[in-house]
Write a new protein. Structure first.
Ligand SMILES: NC(=O)c1ccc[n+]([C@@H]2O[C@H](COP(=O)([O-])OP(=O)(O)OC[C@H]3O[C@@H](n4cnc5c(N)ncnc54)[C@H](O)[C@@H]3O)[C@@H](O)[C@H]2O)c1
Length: 313
């Protein structure tokens, strides 16, 4: 089986590609190594993939891909995006629309020509915005509160209409705050770890009592693989870790596991940050026969081990 993984040098894409190779897939990985965070880190994410003979890396922007690179693929895993909620305001929105909306549309357009088993789109819990009742379930009307969330939702709609009109077998997975080894350096646990180990102040936005449904990377990868083999088409599915934890509690746990004492600096709540997230995963259980397996403490322990091994040297 041959598949394409866009964003294969990123946090989630590199783990996904690794697992696909382990399971015997031939993987064509596409990534333009954008400067959103250090391309050096992305090169490191690629290192073990590039040693694998069934892996082919194409360093290219999705907007410059041609049919030649996609031909023969049975599944497209579309993980590439310009991520980050807080950076998506102002002038940088142009990059968000280009990488998240336009690139997705071009990719879907090319996929009309392929005999795909599935097109899996990495969507986000950020499409929901601030909801009045938790948990968030897929039937709610999405109302993103950040420009990033708007672009992720727009791309979901594109996935839906390429399925509805052209039969491209799309499924959108709404990932909830993913963490684990190789987490992006702008995400909370990675920022916290950087500050803990360097003795700097940890910046917490708002009162720290905002809650997140943290999802471990291995669980996200399993759900993504299941979706490729599932019957799901033309719909969105929540992928969440199954428990809701206050940011400040998660930080305390991380500090305990790393044996460091945090020095906290509180900053104003940021525009675009949602207050709480919690996934209703009934649909994922039913359609994908999937549920999260890794509890926060276990996942954070793996994250700390990785951080000490890879980021402190
Ligand atoms: N990390 C999370 O918690 C989270 C949560 C919800 C949704 N998501 C979604 O999951 C996907 C992966 O996120 P991540 O955290 O691994 O991000 P990441 O930034 O680590 O990975 C994305 C990769 O895509 C590449 N890329 C961006 N635009 C591209 C383009 N036009 N052409 C080719 N390559 C391009 C980047 O260079 C990067 O390596 C994204 O679609 C993101 O929106 C992530």
């Amino acid at each position: 089986m041959k598949c394409v993984v866009t964003g294969c040098a990123g946090f989630i894409g590199s783990h996904l590609a690794e697992r696909l190779l382990q399971e015997g897939w031939k993987v064509v990985g596409v990534d333009s190594l954008t400067p959103y965070y250090s391309p050096e880190l992305k090169r490191r994410n690629l290192a073990s993939l590039e040693r694998h003979e069934s892996f082919e890396f194409i360093k290219r922007d999705i907007l410059e891909l041609s049919m030649r690179e996609l031909r023969g693929a049975e599944v497209v895993f579309h993980e590439a995006a310009q991520p980050g909620v807080r950076a998506s305001w102002g002038e940088s929105f142009a990059e968000y629309t280009r990488a998240n909306v336009l690139a997705t549309q071009r990719l879907l357009e090319m996929c009309r020509e392929l005999e795909l088993q599935k097109f899996v789109y990495a969507s986000s819990s950020s499409v929901y915005g601030d909801v009045s009742t938790l948990p968030m379930h897929e039937a709610l009307l999405p109302k993103p509160v950040s420009p990033y969330g708007v672009t992720k939702l727009a791309a979901e709609h594109l996935c839906y209409l390429y399925w509805k009109n052209y039969g491209v077998p799309t499924v959108s997975l709404r990932y909830f705050t993913v963490y684990g080894p190789r987490q992006r350096p702008d995400m909370a646990f990675h920022r916290f770890a950087r500050a803990l180990y360097s003795g700097e102040e940890i910046q917490i936005y708002g009162d720290g009592r905002q809650t997140r449904d943290f999802t471990f990377i291995r669980d996200v990868v399993s759900a993504t693989l299941r979706s490729a083999e599932s019957e799901a088409e033309g719909e969105a599915i929540n992928i969440g870790g199954g428990s809701r934890v206050e940011l400040i509690q998660a930080l305390e746990l991380l500090a305990e596991l790393s044996g460091k004492t945090p020095r906290i600096k509180r900053l104003e709540r940021q525009h675009g940050d949602v207050r709480d997230t919690l996934a209703d995963i009934t649909r994922a259980r039913r359609i994908l026969n999937w549920k999260p397996e890794v509890r926060l403490e276990e996942g954070l322990r793996e994250f700390v081990e990785w951080y000490e091994r890879e980021m402190l040297t």
